[in-house]
Design a protein around this ligand. Sequence first.
Ligand code: A3P
Length: 325
Amino acid sequence: MEELLANLPESCKTLLEETKGSFVQGMQNAPGYKKPGWKGYRYSMHFSSEATQKIYEECDFPENSVILASFPKTGTNWISEIIYEMLFGFDEKFDILRKEIPPPFFVLEGWSADKMDLWKHIPLPHYYFMSHLPAPLINFDKIKKSNSKIVVPIRNPKDQLISWFNYCQSPNFAPLREHLSSDWSQFFSDFMDGKQPIPVTKPGEGYAEFLSGWNEYKDDPRVHFVHFENLKTNTTEEINRIAKFLGMDLTEEQLTLLKDKTSFESMKKIQDKGSDEMAQFRKSMNLVRKGKVGSWKDTFTVSQSERMDEMMAAKLAGTNIKFVY
Ligand code: A3P
């Protein structure tokens, strides 16, 4: 083991090895819909109510953690790559993290809470977690205590929904098919009625509740919002804002490298040419698909578009959230 992993106790080494050997298959065979769990939220696939509750109640975040809290299909993987590269991409001693530590240790509410134990034994200037958790499921006192920060993506809800619809057509979602129709108009109305088991939402709720929950923290210096559409059009400026928020000072050269590595084209190429088991899985989920703003116009009917506008206006009344279409 290289220096960073030199102090892992035997129990963590065993956990790492076991997880590495089994998690992709576990994702492919993950149970579909799970009954609402702790605090009434729905989980599916590898997202776990038990892990969420245990982390909330019993675990501390490592000092200087960065958590990406996203609603599905709002640019999670893109912004995740940007943050990850910012934190770990410019020093090769961190290469071992991607090589040796599989995704279950980076997904906050995924799999089990054991990940929190592993990170205690790895000395890093920052720690990083991805998450689909809504605000009430992250213990904000622990965020403050650990000097941690949270990045929340915002994407217009119509493109989010089109992206989600396309994503759900993957055969990997077969166990959830009765909740995630292949028929667009059925899919649309199930989404609008909060019937889909989207991680991590309550029955009857969805993206609007996720946004209004995080909006409660809009004035907190530990929370930063990134609009997908602004990141598309003003990439440099938005990446610099994320860097500033995280206290990172990027050189011009680093910024150019980071932009290239996380561009749609680069990420698509990596997704499509990857050959290991994880890469194949990611490819089958088509996580990097079109990456456009405004694709919803090809699919939404006028009345669907109006219904979405009305719902968002009603549920987000009192917030300053403005979508870019
Ligand atoms: P589309 O399905 O509209 O193409 P998430 O990571 O939250 O699942 O979000 C997926 C969406 O982000 C997909 O949108 C995907 O194409 C887009 N995306 C992923 N990487 C991107 C990148 N580097 N640039 C722009 N969009 C990207």
